[in-house]
Write a protein that binds this ligand. Structure first.
Ligand code: ADP
Ligand code: MG
Length: 407
């Protein structure tokens, strides 16, 4: 029997539309001899839908019409393992379940999709899922946690100052001095756990720092401030595997049109033409960003980036496919890891094609990695079968009095 793969896409983040594109691309790529992909769309109001028509990108132009034609569902744990998509509301008579899935394949970017929330949902449903687990997703999404883990292992990341909203409200002057002393202007201010350049701003003096911080705080309660690299080259590398065995993709140089790579640059195609490998602009997902593949960097630098990409993936506990983004300071050719994207746009398929791995092979490997993680876990014991409460009775209540002697 074919493995039934639930492909989850949509979601509540600003990257909703990008996720729809990435999700449909993944469904389109799947090897139908091995897998039966089942589309599962999360609308912006957090309801789930399934149905064939969800695989037609054109149908999303009339979203209300589309949602009338597909089935509202709730993913619930099946009695025989896996997950069933149950009609919502559950009908009193007739068939309750629309489909069953053996593996979950999340392609939701950003909040809830990439940060461990959805992964936690799959854990509780007890279904194997592709990509990073809860901890790796959470660590990868929070720029502060991520940088601290990498820094601790000697991976080059930019120095920073980070703080919560309440700290800024209470000790703005002290924080401002810390930023000026430790980093100096210009600086870049980022929300700690968003993506797609949302809320990011540049400050060139103390006056603009205040307004940029206030602006960023409207998007997130925790910010990170870094020195701005004025003469910047951005190079990305995808990694596929798990901490035991990893492969790296071709490198891309991402071209930008403004001071920072903006949401429009990333997803709508920036200045036009140059280096665009996909031919289509707008609506074609992350692969439409202006880029040069392979990145025009020296063999030596490219080797350094590949090694750092694998180190980053391993340290954060990555699994499946991720994209590690680098910043190169052209002034001294110094390389810094900027961030990991644990569910990259278009799953970075366009970086794997040049090294001989097509999107079909990529989705196959991702599913196999999910099943490998599941097998490894089955070897571990999660719970002890005996009931400690029933043991207490046999012991004449001993131990109960001492109150939860946790070991
Ligand atoms: N320290 C920096 N110096 C210069 N530009 C930066 C710096 N950090 C980020 N940028 C620019 O801002 C963009 C978005 O920042 P990033 O940290 O990748 O956030 P996001 O998670 O929103 O993608 C980067 O792609 C880059 O163009
Ligand atoms: Mg980025």
């Amino acid at each position: 029997m074919k493995t039934r793969v639930g492909v989850f896409f949509g979601g509540i983040s600003v990257e909703h539309e990008v996720s729809v594109i990435s999700g449909l691309q993944a469904i389109d790529a799947m090897d139908l001899n091995r897998y039966e992909p089942i589309p599962i769309y999360m609308a912006k109001d957090r309801t789930w839908y399934t149905g064939e028509r969800l695989t037609d990108i054109e149908a999303y132009k009339d979203l209300d019409g589309l949602l009338q034609e597909v089935q509202k569902v709730t993913p619930v744990a099946a009695d025989n393992g896996g997950v069933v998509l149950q009609k919502k509301p559950v009908p009193k008579f007739g068939k309750r379940d629309v489909a069953q899935i053996d593996v979950a394949f999340p392609v939701l970017h950003g909040t809830f999709g990439e940060d461990g929330a959805l992964q936690g949902f799959f854990e509780l449903l007890n279904v194997p899922y592709t990509g990073c687990d809860v901890a790796a997703s959470g660590a990868g999404m929070d720029k502060i946690t991520m940088k601290q883990m990498l820094r601790d292992e000697g991976v080059p990341v930019l120095e920073d100052v980070w703080f919560y909203q309440h700290q800024w409200a209470e000790q703005q002057e002290a924080l401002q001095s810390k930023i000026e002393e430790n980093l100096g202007y210009p600086v870049i201010v980022k929300p700690a756990n968003l993506g797609s350049s949302v809320g990011i701003g540049i400050a060139r003096d103390s006056g603009s720092l205040e307004s940029v911080v206030e602006e960023a705080l409207t998007f997130a309660p925790k910010l990170v401030v870094e020195p701005l690299i004025s003469n910047l080259t951005e190079v990305n590398c995808s990694v596929l595997g798990d901490p035991e065995e990893m492969k790296t993709s071709a490198l891309e140089e991402v071209l930008k049109t403004e001071d920072i790579l903006s949401y429009a640059d990333k997803y709508q195609g920036g200045s036009g033409g140059k280096g665009d490998q996909s031919g289509t602009k707008g609506g074609s997902g992350m692969e439409s960003t202006d880029r040069i593949i392979p990145a025009p960097v020296s063999e030596e630098l490219s080797e350094e980036i590949r090694t750092l990409a694998k180190d980053t993936f391993r340290i954060l506990g990555g699994s499946g496919v991720a994209r590690i983004d680098f910043m190169i300071d052209k002034k001294d050719e110094k390389v810094y890891v900027n961030e990991i994207n644990t569910i990259p746009g278009s799953l970075s398929f366009y970086l794997w094609e040049p090294v001989g791995k097509d999107f079909t092979a990529l989705t196959h490997e991702m599913i196999q990695l999910a099943l490998k993680r599941e097998r490894n876990r089955e070897r571990l014991t999660f719970s002890i079968d005996s009931n400690l409460f029933s043991l207490q009775g046999n012991n004449n209540g001993k131990g109960g009095k001492q109150g939860g002697n946790k070991r």
